[in-house]
Design a protein around this ligand. Structure first.
Ligand code: PEP
Ligand code: MG
Length: 576
């Protein structure tokens, strides 16, 4: 019987597939003791499952890009370390070999043991590691069941499924998308969660807050996920299927139309040229940015160089990465952001301070770089050398006050003198810009502009600090909303002050590449958008439909909104 469930769209699109439910009850384990002659076979099972879990994590790491990658990778690394923990592994082996536990029961036992140890700790950070243990052990148990249960094996081999779960971790979503997942229905969760952002960048339709999903839908039910209507249709009818086919045809047509925009100029309907820049990190991002006609790179995140290996990257390693970026962009300007590590984004080299009570408000971004002038100078030297190969700008993350810009400029000056003494070629003067992502930097932007040649607004962090709301916390999705009036007024102010000082202002947070915010940003006066390269054509297309002067005239009304709901309604009426 056809049934309809409703929810909130987190990533657009439609999907038709079989339901695959993820229930915690899946992880029930067999507690009967092993016979002596089963021990070796079961130990081998256990080790294969551990290896599968390690492999899964390794593959996940390669699939993620951008800011999300940095955040998710931190979890992935912590989980990988746990999987290799000699004590954990020895304990598991002993439980199977000596205690005759089945692998699933041994994993559960170890989880309970470790959970008790972590729970007893005073340090809240260490206490929170219990969750990591849970997630890692669940991953191994799940791998174990995939190997041993025929039902699971069948499931794992099938593509064409729509996942029905309470929530889904970003890492698991990336993995499943790689194995043919078509869409996600979550009974809780928020459209601003990392999972939702990841679903959008993977082009995976997703609905959240579909309350009765787990109780109404059964494994293998045919499901039509229709985010256009905000509906999950269980047992769709022929009419539903016809609607889906029509959508498929349109989506294919739309894809072809967008492809023709790759070489088109970026211009609003009333003829204002807009600069579209790419957020990049890896070589494929650079290739995609070029292929889609980006005007340059607006944000090159250098963290990955520091996260992918143990120890610090050398000056030459960094120089090669930056030079290749500059060459890859073929003469278009690139903006290299200096290291943006933070206490919550652990690095392999041990720069990041451990045990800060409040890492998001701790020694991160430029604060960390300035604590390690020698490490920072190595990066600065590499940037200066790479800048001889094409136009480069330098962007400083997490700036709070002007003296940080002054300190960075001084380090650049000293590095230049050093390189000159070594007879190394030097570029012309480089523009040095500040990220505006700390509220103090936004509010005191006039003073900052005296020391910055350009600004890049990082709305991901700015929103979280203005609203005092962690963007990864689903419980706060009514607060973490980019349309919050306080944030809009701050954005408008920073953009206006940049213009007053005749200095370029770009925006490189998630909303820069989200077409739902394009009209808003245009209304607030933004002329430079930086985004994941997958979004370039969508935003170019949207800009061509918008009349900038009409939107600009509406800015005062938008800025008078008292709530984010009011701002949203206003924006909808203006762009309707
Ligand atoms: C931001 O904070 O909006 C930003 C672009 O920087 P990141 O996401 O790398 O912190
Ligand atoms: Mg940031």
């Amino acid at each position: 019987m056809r049934q309809i469930l409703t929810g909130t769209t987190a990533a657009k699109g439609m999907a038709l597939g079989r339901a695959r439910l993820v229930q915690p009850s899946r992880y029930l384990v067999d507690t009967r003791p092993l016979n002596e002659d089963e021990v070796d076979v079961e130990l081998a099972h256990l080790h294969r499952a551990l290896e599968t879990a390690r492999q899964e994590l390794h593959e996940l790491r390669g699939k993620l890009h951008g800011a999300l990658a940095r955040e998710v990778n931190e979890f992935i690394d912590a989980h990988s370390l746990l999987l290799d923990d000699p004590e954990l592994l020895r304990g598991l082996d002993d439980l199977v070999r000596i205690g005759h536990y089945r692998p699933g029961a041994a994993l559960k036992k170890q989880r309970d043991r470790l959970a008790a140890v972590f729970e007893a700790m005073d340090d809240p950070y260490l206490r929170s590691r219990k969750e990591d243990v849970d997630q890692v052990i669940n991953r191994v148990i799940s791998a174990l069941q995939r190997q041993t249960s025929r039902e699971e094996r069948k499931l794992a081999a099938r593509v064409g499924e729509i996942l029905i779960a309470d929530t889904i971790a970003p890492a698991d979503m990336a993995h499943l998308a790689g194995s043919g997942l078509l869409g996600v229905v979550a009974s809780s969760g928020s459209a601003y969660s990392h999972s939702a952002i990841l679903a959008r960048s993977l082009d995976l339709p997703m609905m959240v807050g579909v309350r009765d999903a787990l109780s109404t839908i059964h494994d293998d039910d045919l499901i039509l996920l229709d985010t256009e209507r905000g509906e999950v249709v269980v047992h769709p009818t022929a009419q539903d299927l016809a609607r889906y086919r029509a959508w498929q045809r349109e989506a294919a047509q739309e894809g072809r139309r967008l492809a023709t925009l790759a070489n088109a100029p970026t211009r609003t309907k009333d003829g204002t040229d807009i600069r579209l820049l790419a957020n990049a990190e890896m070589p494929p991002d650079i290739a995609m940015a070029r292929a889609r006609g980006a005007d340059g790179v607006g944000l090159y995140r250098t963290e990955f160089l520091f996260l992918r290996q143990k120890g610090l990257p050398t000056e030459d390693e960094q120089f090669i990465a930056y030079r290749d970026l500059v060459l890859g962009m073929g003469g278009l300007p690139v903006t290299i952001r200096t290291l943006d590590l933070g206490a919550d984004k652990a690095d392999a080299a041990g720069l990041v301070l451990r045990g800060e009570d409040n890492p998001a408000l701790g020694v991160r971004g430029v604060r960390l770089s300035l604590r390690y002038p020698a490490v920072f100078t190595t990066q600065i030297r590499a940037i200066l050398r790479a800048a001889c190969y094409g136009p480069v700008r330098v962007l400083v993350p997490m700036v709070t006050q002007p003296d940080e810009m002054i300190a960075v400029r001084t380090l650049f000056k000293l590095a230049r003198q050093e390189l000159k003494r070594e007879n190394v070629d030097l570029p012309e003067k480089l523009a040095l810009g500040a990220m505006v992502e700390v509220p103090a930097a936004a509010i005191n932007v006039r003073a900052l502009l005296e020391h910055a040649d350009f600004l890049a607004i990082g709305t991901n962090d700015l929103a979280q600090y203005v609203l005092a709301a962690d963007r990864g916390n689903d419980a706060l999705d009514n607060i973490y909303n980019p349309l919050q009036p306080a944030l809009l007024r701050l954005l408008s102010y920073v953009i206006a002050e940049g213009r007053r000082a005749k200095k370029p202002v770009s925006l490189c947070g998630e909303i820069g590449g989200d077409v739902n915010f394009t009209s808003l940003l245009l209304a607030l006066g933004l002329c430079e958008f930086s985004m994941h390269p997958s979004q370039l054509l969508h935003v170019r297309d949207r800009l061509a439909m918008l009349d900038r002067s009409v939107l600009r005239a509406q800015a005062p009304r938008i800025l008078r909104a008292r709530t984010h709901e009011e701002a949203e309604a206003l924006l909808a009426s203006i762009t309707a």
